[in-house]
Design a protein around this ligand. Structure first.
Ligand code: UDX
Length: 470
């Protein structure tokens, strides 16, 4: 039996207000608190507003279902009114998060420290993409823990941007030819077409500024936690750990054994309950489709997928967010789609994805390859059809399809066509695409947080190292 690692300290955690980031952050807070650490968990007021208004029973404290854990909940203004459309105005929003938000965080952290028990040394836990951790850590002399919520592969690539520049691969070549990058320490040879979207775009955008700034800052972090599993990316993690204190602690989303009376509310949108509909379906008969919380696509892609679904004859749950199509939020499905699919399809604006993937009725997931979606799909043993759109998703696709062989591409060429969609849907739903590999990768995920699993061990090692330094 493992010796329990418990330390007395106070984690101040401020998340990014995005679903794919705040989900693992909440679970990290639970995990830290279950080890005896006092946590102050901070959401933006806007994220808090979305979480509470998306529920039937609003709450002033999202952790109220875990009264046995010492997690204090606070909110911070992001500087914009609640009704400001942060997605539509995301450049203005992020410019302000980079320029103005750090001083707000600094003030809040100062207030938290001055009103806390002085016998509990405080430390910071921030998303790697946050613009403020190094400044705030230096100001209050705090240990700075950076939490990376994507695969270590992407971390290693961004970490070595200077090598891409030296080799003429960033900014990208205008010749449009594919090149193989084989010089990033710890990263297997990778085609330029599989790089993260910001590295495939020549013209600088706010996304570049966010990422490049993050990787200038992260070298100042004392500890880096990765929401991945040692056995999935061993070489990458081993190389990264030679540079900075690195700990693979994923999938953090499934780590906590602490029971709560009800789940901790995390969703920024109202989740439609699909359980009754799913319960009435045969085992592995339903395809689940979702493109996550941010990615947008165009009408043509949605329509080709819709036609492919009709041809395939497969049952499905399809999450179509109101703004899934760029500049055009209404009636994105083809005319007559409802009649064509009748009751074999359920289209919802948002759902409890994990509950859906956990249903025995679900046999495949057509995904945009967000990292949380991949972890959740593998955890539930659901094979994937991959349609990456932006950010880390192209690189995640490479891991899923080319390296781990637990999913297939939606389309082999550039465009999505209905015949290929129907063919891929049938292939994944037949179970022939990836079963043996999926079982193997799934066991790696399930084992990671077992008693002697690598993530459990790494997390304890992190706590010991933190205790030593604090
Ligand atoms: C973003 C990026 O797109 C992603 O590539 C990156 O890895 C993290 O940040 P997102 O697009 O939201 O994330 O994708 P993903 O990482 O898959 O996270 C989505 C989360 O929303 C998942 O945890 C999923 O369970 C949840 N979700 C999704 C729901 O709760 N309901 C839904 O209907 C759809």
């Amino acid at each position: 039996m493992k010796q329990q690692v418990e330390i007395k300290a106070h984690a101040i955690m401020i998340t990014l207000p995005y679903q794919g980031h705040l989900n693992p952050f909440v679970d990290l807070a639970m995990q830290l608190a279950s080890k005896g650490i006092t946590v102050t968990f901070v959401h933006t007021q806007h994220a808090h507003h979305l979480i509470t208004t998306s529920r039937h029973t609003p709450t002033s404290d999202i952790f109220s279902a875990a009264p046995h854990l010492d997690i204090r909940y606070a909110t911070i203004s992001d500087g914009f009114p609640l009704d400001f459309d942060r997605d539509l105005n995301w450049v203005d929003y992020w410019e302000s998060l980079i320029r103005d938000f750090p001083s707000r965080v600094s003030d809040l952290v100062g207030d938290i420290i001055s009103s806390s028990d002085p016998s509990l040394p405080p430390f910071l836990v921030a998303d790697t993409f946050a613009a403020w951790p190094a400044m705030v850590a230096q100001k209050y002399n705090l240990l700075n823990v950076s939490f990376w919520t994507q695969p270590a592969t992407e971390f290693a690539i961004d970490y070595h941007l200077h090598l891409l520049k030296q080799n003429g691969h960033y900014p990208p070549n205008k010749d449009d030819d594919e090149h193989v990058i084989n010089y990033i320490p710890g990263v297997a040879p990778i085609s330029t077409k599989d790089l993260m979207s910001h590295l495939q775009e020549a013209d600088p955008t706010i996304a570049h500024e966010i990422v490049f700034r993050a990787f200038k800052e992260v070298v100042k972090a004392d500890f880096i936690l990765h929401n991945t599993v040692q056995e999935l990316e061993p070489h990458t993690l081993s190389v990264l750990s030679q540079k900075q204190a690195t700990y693979a602690i994923g999938p953090i989303n499934f780590s906590t054994k602490t029971k709560t009376s009800v789940p901790i509310p995390k969703s920024l949108r109202h989740q439609v309950d699909c359980s009754k509909w799913l319960d009435a379906r045969p085992r592995r008969s339903v395809l689940y489709i979702s493109f996550g919380s941010i990615a947008q696509t165009n009408r043509e892609v949605i329509q080709e997928i819709a036609h492919g679904l009709v041809v395939s004859g497969v049952s499905f749950i399809w999450v179509i967010r109101p703004q899934i199509v760029i500049d055009d939020g209404t009636d994105v499905l083809p005319a007559g789609f409802d009649e064509d699919v009748k009751d074999r399809g359920l289209v919802v604006p948002w759902c409890d994805q994990l509950a859906v993937l956990s249903s025995p009725a679900v046999g495949g997931f057509l995904t945009h390859c967000g990292w949380n979606s991949i972890l959740e799909s593998v955890w539930c043993g659901v094979p994937m059809i991959c349609y990456p759109i932006l950010y880390d998703q192209p690189t995640n696709r490479k891991l899923v399809v080319d390296d781990w062989k637990i999913g297939i591409n939606l389309c082999n060429g550039e465009s999505v066509c209905r015949e290929e969609v129907a063919e891929k849907i049938k292939k994944v739903m037949s179970g022939e695409a990836s079963d043996a590999n999926l079982k193997e990768i799934r066991s790696k995920l399930h084992d990671a947080w077992s008693e002697d699993g690598s993530s459990h061990t790494n997390f304890d090692r992190f706590l010991k190292d933190l205790n030593h330094k604090i």
